[in-house]
Design a protein around this ligand. Sequence first.
Ligand SMILES: [Zn+2]
Ligand SMILES: [Zn+2]
Length: 257
Amino acid sequence: MSEQGGAHDQDVGHEHTEDRSGEPFVNEIEVRGLIVGAFQENCWVIGNRRTSEAICIDPGEQADDILHMASEMGVTIKMIANSHAHLDHVLGVRGVQSADNASFLLHEADLDVLQGAAESAARFGMQVEQPPDPDHYIEDEQQVEVDGVALHVIHTPGHTRGSVCFYGHGVLFSGDTLFRNSIGRTDLPGGDFAQEMSSIVDKLLMLPDETIVLPGHMDQTTLGAERVQNPFILQTLQQRGMEPGERRTPGGLILPN
Ligand SMILES: [Zn+2]
Ligand SMILES: [Zn+2]
């Protein structure tokens, strides 16, 4: 996947699975990403080829380009699910929403960030239309779904209070919580470094190592790679007296790898 604009393709889950009739079929889920806006944000569309329905994660800008990508995939965006409400993740919400009448979902703890979007844009010298308010709030451990695509919500505060990650179909959409070899900033309002590391180590690292991580910026990675190469994770594990490959629940239970 390129760092320099344009679309990148991500076909996930190449394993053949059995449907109820016993006929093998190739995974019907397709994920594509588009780098949008001045902050080079990754917008993701996860769609189902059979049902033609899709969820859009973080339409940060360039709504028309995102809609074009969805139509190339042959899917309609029925839902916009945001990892958090920073400016670079929300400026395309209105355009995507109005085209397909998609519902817009956000964690309630990021509502103040969302409602301050136009104001914070002004500080960057940008004049933007205020994004719409969410249609629904999402909570930890909730499932968000359209026909044929289901994602599990993991509340991961630390970058912002209302940051969430979405997990499903072998993929983790990690927003600005976890990046390849890095983590999201924790020095902005609502940020908290200890909380960020707890969100990553106690929640995200409980998922399987082969999970593909599609972050809000920069390149994709896997949880297994980050577990052994991400300096912030390695430091936290070391401070806790844990080996890089070790998993422990917050209650201290050691999980097999
Ligand atoms: Zn952010
Ligand atoms: Zn961002």
